[in-house]
Design a protein around this ligand. Structure first.
Ligand SMILES: Cc1cc2nc3c(=O)[nH]c(=O)nc-3n(C[C@H](O)[C@H](O)[C@H](O)COP(=O)(O)O)c2cc1C
Length: 341
């Protein structure tokens, strides 16, 4: 297979990466995604460095991993350099393959404290932070950011060479500014300018990659070394396999059937129940369903039901009713489908 990518000493089997998505790329989701494969690295959701150091339950849950969940980047955010450094060491001790620093989160609560995308405003300080962390750990240190703070300039073009000098092993760049949030289209020329601003550090292009065509455009038009995909994987967990085949010039694998999609969702749900309990699983799936539903075709009753999900039994009933309505496998329960797949 082509498309390998090295991040410092770490050799990835694919130059396609699963993006961190807070609330979505949880351990259960990552494990389900890894069964399909096609990506070289996954990341945790963003983890607050101080909460992680204080071993707060929520931070520990976010950082939880297993031997099947490898290689994994632990993504940290914070405003205090020493806390991020110590949290990076803790992440390394707990088996992280990479520590990734979030310099792109646009959320007001985060940037108002000088964390996330606020770091775009002070490239020297961001460089000093990276240098401090690179010296404190032996695993590769990477950064994920956006093109800039607002539309007026591409701060990342100034930031990228500073991060490279500081020892960052790779830079993932979402082709929007903080101000741009998730609106408009991705600025491909902006990502290309970041790629051209560095000497050898791999730059990973990110934003709106959904299929072979958009992945090829990201590689070809920016010159990036890797591509990171977030929402495209929520909408289609098979996206990496499809893009890999397309980039390698191989025949595209057959599109997953409705039953395979439902089985994936059910495995995901059962894993959350197993790891976090029924209540959390229901809460998570109330928002997750909109992503799965995109590929299910007409499914109003399923969507409506899962948006108010109250128990695992109800999940299985809703899925069973949905499949029955589609005239498929009336007698199979969702649990049996998950076991059979
Ligand atoms: C719901 C949601 C949660 C996100 N959480 C994170 C996060 O925890 N850390 C991070 O660096 N980026 C986060 N992002 C940004 C994504 O990683 C990615 O940069 C962005 O969605 C663009 O890529 P995409 O079009 O492939 O989704 C998040 C985005 C969304 C939509």
């Amino acid at each position: 297979m082509t498309g390998q990518l090295s991040i410092g000493s770490l050799r990835l089997t694919s130059n396609l990466l699963l993006a961190p998505l807070a609330g979505y790329t949880t351990l259960p989701f990552r494990l389900c995604m890894r069964e399909i494969g096609g990506f070289g690295l996954a990341a945790t959701e963003l983890i607050h460095a101080r909460s992680f150091l204080e071993q707060q339950r929520k931070a520990l849950d976010l950082a939880q991993t297993t031997s099947d969940d490898h290689p994994l980047a632990v993504q940290l955010f914070g405003a205090v350099a020493e806390e991020i450094r110590d949290a990076a060491q803790l992440a390394q001790e707990r088996g992280a393959a990479v520590v990734d620093l979030n310099m792109g989160c646009p959320v007001e609560k985060v940037v108002s404290r000088g964390a996330g995308a606020a770091m775009l405003q002070d490239p020297r300080k961001a460089g000093a932070l990276v240098q401090m962390i690179v010296r404190a750990v032996t695993i590769p240190v990477t950064v994920k950011t956006r093109l800039g703070w607002d539309g007026s300039r591409l701060d990342a073009v100034e930031l990228a060479p500073i991060l490279e000098d500081a020892g960052a092993a790779a830079l993932a760049i979402h082709g929007r500014t903080r101000e741009g949030q998730f609106g408009g289209s991705v600025d491909i020329a902006g990502i290309r300018a970041v790629v051209q601003s560095v000497t050898a550090m791999p730059v990973i292009g990110n934003g709106d990659v959904r299929d072979v065509r958009s992945a090829r455009r990201m590689f070809d038009d920016t010159g990036c070394t890797g591509v990171m995909i977030g929402r495209g994987a929520l909408a289609n967990p098979w996206v990496f396999r499809e893009i890999r085949a397309g980039l390698d010039g191989a025949a595209l694998p057959p599109a997953p059937t409705l039953l395979e999609r439902v089985a994936f969702m059910t495995r995901h749900f059962l894993r959350v129940v197993e790891l976090r309990g029924e209540h959390i699983a229901c809460l998570q799936f109330r928002k997750m369903i909109d992503w799965y539903a995109k590929a299910f075709g007409p499914c109003t009753a399923l969507k409506r039901g899962i948006r108010q999900l109250g128990s695992a039994a109800q999940f299985h009933d809703l899925v069973g009713a949905f499949l029955a309505e589609r005239g498929r496998l009336e007698e199979m329960t969702a649990q049996e489908i998950a076991l059979a797949s």
